[in-house]
Write a protein that binds this ligand. Structure first.
Ligand code: IPE
Ligand code: IPE
Ligand code: MG
Length: 234
């Protein structure tokens, strides 16, 4: 992939874990575990090829509608990942940050998140932005509240509110997403990064996330290289 253009920021909607497992006659939770393994592999790969930021959709604000069994399994899986399984990723210089609301995550999950963020804060490779209890609409609401309170306390004036200030007050101050990937064949955003995706290139594949290995990821990078990004110009 030497002469490839590498996107600075990749977004991934990691979808299809449940169907991957169901089609194999296994419980949905097996799909989540396999998906987590795929993410570990992809994080190393993205770091190796020089991607600077990856935002991965791990759990949406809407995913709390699922059964308690599935939600509990996912929360425990997150704890396990952040406390042990991501060790190798961290030793490869990857930094972990999170986007999402704290409420109603448990203290245990929040502690595992804070710990890995702290542990990896000086890493200078790929920034892996894990979107957990994330919703784009809540992010925009929370950003609006932050800016409103800055205005109210006279920290800023009305004229200071611009696109830059909005970006800085989202959950993380990251550059625009260049390439958005959604696995599993669904053609929708499901409340993912509406502001950051304004000029992203979209790549959809029917492959379920657990099977979305490095070679599949490279196909998305190849497709990105065939796009002509005009940003409104000619
Ligand atoms: C994505 O896979 C993982 C999460 C949403 C947590 P799904 O669990 O949505 O898998 P499908 O879409 O039901 O196959
Ligand atoms: C989006 O997938 C959320 C994540 C991948 C974490 P969903 O499976 O929850 O989305 P819908 O319900 O198909 O829109
Ligand atoms: Mg799904």
């Amino acid at each position: 992939m030497n002469e490839m253009k590498i996107p600075t920021h990749v977004g991934i909607i990691m979808d299809g874990n449940g169907r991957w497992a169901t089609e194999k006659g296994r419980p949905r939770t097996d799909g989540h575990r396999e998906g987590a393994n795929t993410l570990k592999e992809l994080a190393i790969h993205m770091n190796d090829i020089g991607i600077k930021y990856a935002s991965v959709y791990a759990f949406s604000t809407e995913n709390f509608k699922r059964s308690k069994t599935e939600v509990d399994f996912l929360m425990n899986l997150f704890i396990e990942m952040f406390t042990n399984e991501f060790e190798f990723i961290l030793s490869n210089n990857v930094r972990i940050v999170f986007s999402g609301r704290e409420e109603p995550l448990s203290k245990k999950v929040l502690k595992a998140m804070r710990d890995i963020e702290e542990k990896s804060k000086d890493n200078t490779g790929l920034v892996l932005n894990v979107c957990l209890n994330y919703g784009s609409r809540s992010e925009i609401v929370d950003m609006t509240k932050k800016i409103a309170s800055m205005y109210k306390s006279d920290e800023i004036s009305l004229d200071d509110i611009d696109e830059e200030l909005v970006r800085q007050n989202l959950y993380n101050d990251l550059p625009d997403v260049d390439l958005l990937i959604r696995t599993s064949g669904e053609l929708r955003l499901s409340n993912f990064m509406l502001y950051q995706l304004s000029y992203a290139e979209f790549y959809f594949t029917r492959t379920y996330f657990p099977d979305f290995h490095n070679d599949e990821f490279d196909k998305a990078i190849e497709a990105f290289n065939d796009r002509n990004r005009r940003f409104g110009g000619v």
